[in-house]
Every structure is written in structure tokens, then in C-alpha cells.
Design a protein around this ligand. Structure first.
Ligand code: UDP
Ligand code: MG
Length: 310
């Protein structure tokens, strides 16, 4: 029988947290469920712990699936794999370190069932346990992407969310790009959406696996995936330089007649400034074409059907 709820948990070096996590899930989520643990190339004993848990803790009400990656592909890829393997009517994605309280996941499930919502996003009230550098870089990233992208991203929403089976099928079936910024897609796919607020827990043990480098790469992927503005930048530069070249040209020509300029000076200045502006303009035009190719190769769905009545 189809489980009510699938819980996708991405695991990267979480051996110390898994037993406790399963315990809390079992007590706090009293509904038939399927747990999908995606082991994202952990270098510790996470997978052995998971195998052990499956052998000892699986019950008809709490089924356990394990997906094991060949190496570390990152949190996004792990969530996507979990979504693809899910069979529940509702699917929740959450972290393995107990920062996402299972009780909140249950709340999200209740909300989706009672209110008929398709997507429930967990919104953290405050960020605990986060260093000032991470807070600052995250703040800059969201300010920047919200400035240059036509889509909007909420900094308090992360990778803790619920979707219905229908929305899951769209995400796994119709988004064919390999650079999937999942939390961006979830927030911008439409559908009836709601939020639950939660207080982020402390990491049970261990330390964060999201290094600044990983965050930087994720940010780059998000920006490139959601904004074409950087590609168009040279058009603006070209126009700017064009204007500047014009002013410089007039100034140089005037100076040639009234001032005392060395021979050849005017020609060089005028030529160089016009060349620079033309160069940037041409680059910008290429940027526009690359932008279109870029949109095309993503093969994103052109539209999404919410339902079909026949
Ligand atoms: N994670 C993963 N692959 C990675 C890094 C992290 O699957 O390459 C998992 C990790 O095990 C955890 C979740 O993603 O369940 C969030 O990671 P973490 O707690 O390190 O990030 P933070 O909470 O600091 O943002
Ligand atoms: Mg964490």
C-alpha cells in the first residue's frame, strides 16, 4: 500500500545522528511512512549504520529505503534522488542532523492534508549555530539574487519542505536541466503554497558539511540558473563606453584646434574609445544569443498543467 508520507533524508557523514533521528521520527510522526535515506558518499560509517537500522528498525508502518551514491554529489542531487524513489502521497525533504525537527514535518503533513495545499515550506524563525561569515555570505547572496533575478527567493526558506506526489512528479519529470536549484524551483513553481514557521534545532552532533566553497558553488549555480543579467552586462558597458567615447572625441577634437596636443593623439584617443565601446556592444549581442541558447538547453517545462479534466 502507498505510504501516506515519504521522508527524504540526505546523509553526508552523519553516523552519530541517524539512530537518534530515526527514534524522533518514529515518535513524532505517527502516520504510515517511508523513509528514504540517500547516502551522499559519506566517508564515515553512515551507510553501515543505515543498513543496521533497516535490518532492525523497519516496521510495516515505517519502511526504510536506502539509496547509496557512488560518491559525494551534493545535497541537491541527494534530494532529487530521494524524490525520484519516493512512493508516498506526500513527500518531505529534511536534513539528517535534527536541525529540521520531525515534529514540524508532521505539522506540515497535517497542514497539507487539512488545507489541501500542494507545497508547504518550512520557514525558520532564527538561525542558530551559524557563524557570522555564513550569515553574511547568505545575506549577500539573497540580496544579490533577488536583485537580478525575476524570481524571488526567501532567505528563511531552505531545504525543508513538503510537496504532494503531483508536484514531485513535475519536479522529477519535467525539469530536465542538470543544474537544478531545487529550493528555487519549489518556491517558483506556482501551486497552492503555505508556510509553517519553526525554530531551527541545534545540530545533534558533528559540524556543518556545507563549507563556504560548497555554498559558493551553489550560489553560482543559482545565479546562473535564474538570471541572465550577467550575460547582458556588456551591452550596458558598451553603451556606457559609447557615450564616454563620444564625449572624449568631442573634447579631443576641440583640444586639437584650441589646445596644444601632440600629433596623432586625437586619432588614437578617438579610435581606442570607439573600439572599446564597439567591442563591448558585440560581446553583449553575443551574450543575448548565448542567453537564448542557455534557456533552450535547460529544457524547462514551458507550462505546467495543474490538473486535466476530461
Ligand atoms: N549533505 C549532503 N551532501 C553534502 C553536504 C550535506 O547530503 O555534500 C546533507 C547533510 O548530511 C545534512 C544536510 O545535507 O543532512 C544539510 O547539511 P548541513 O547540516 O551540513 O548544512 P547546514 O545545516 O549547515 O546548512
Ligand atoms: Mg545542518
Amino acid at each position: 500500500m502507498k505510504p501516506e508520507l515519504t521522508i527524504v533524508i540526505s546523509v553526508y557523514n552523519e553516523e552519530e545522528n541517524l539512530v537518534q533521528l530515526l527514534k524522533v521520527i518514529k515518535t513524532d510522526i505517527p502516520v504510515s511512512k517511508e523513509l528514504i535515506f540517500v547516502n551522499d558518499g559519506s566517508t564515515d560509517n553512515s551507510f553501515d549504520v543505515l543498513r543496521d537500522l533497516k535490518a532492525k528498525e523497519e516496521t510495516p508502518d515505517t519502511r526504510i529505503k536506502l539509496v547509496n551514491f557512488s560518491k559525494n554529489f551534493g545535497h541537491e542531487a541527494a534530494m532529487l534522488a530521494g524524490l525520484k524513489h519516493s512512493t508516498g502521497k506526500f513527500i518531505v525533504c529534511m536534513d539528517a542532523d535534527l536541525q529540521h525537527p520531525p515534529a514540524v514535518a508532521y505539522l506540515m503533513y497535517r497542514k497539507a492534508v487539512n488545507e489541501g495545499k500542494e507545497i508547504i515550506l518550512a520557514k525558520r524563525k532564527s538561525r542558530r549555530n551559524t557563524g557570522i561569515t555564513k550569515k553574511l555570505t547568505t545575506w549577500i547572496f539573497y540580496k544579490f539574487i533577488n536583485l537580478i533575478s525575476p524570481f524571488k527567493f526567501d532567505p528563511a526558506v531552505s531545504d525543508f519542505f513538503l510537496v504532494t506526489e503531483k508536484v514531485k512528479n513535475i519536479i522529477t519529470g519535467q525539469f530536465t536541466e542538470s543544474n537544478l536549484f531545487l529550493r528555487g524551483i519549489i518556491q517558483n513553481i506556482g501551486f497552492e503554497k503555505d508556510f509553517v514557521e519553526y525554530e531551527e534545532g541545534e545540530r545533534f552532533t558533528g559540524k556543518s558539511n556545507y563549507s563556504l566553497t560548497k555554498l559558493f558553488i551553489l550560489s553560482m549555480e543559482a545565479i546562473v540558473s535564474y538570471s541572465k543579467l550577467p550575460l547582458y552586462l556588456s551591452i550596458y558597458l558598451g553603451l556606457g563606453f559609447g557615450l564616454l567615447a563620444f564625449v572624449v572625441a568631442i573634447y579631443s577634437v576641440v583640444m586639437k584646434f584650441v589646445g596644444n596636443t601632440p600629433p596623432g593623439y586625437t586619432t588614437i584617443v578617438v579610435l581606442v574609445s570607439f573600439m572599446a565601446s564597439i567591442l563591448f556592444l558585440v560581446l553583449g549581442i553575443m551574450g543575448i544569443y548565448i542567453g537564448f541558447i542557455f534557456e533552450e538547453q535547460k529544457k524547462r517545462p514551458v507550462y505546467i498543467e495543474k490538473e486535466v479534466i476530461e
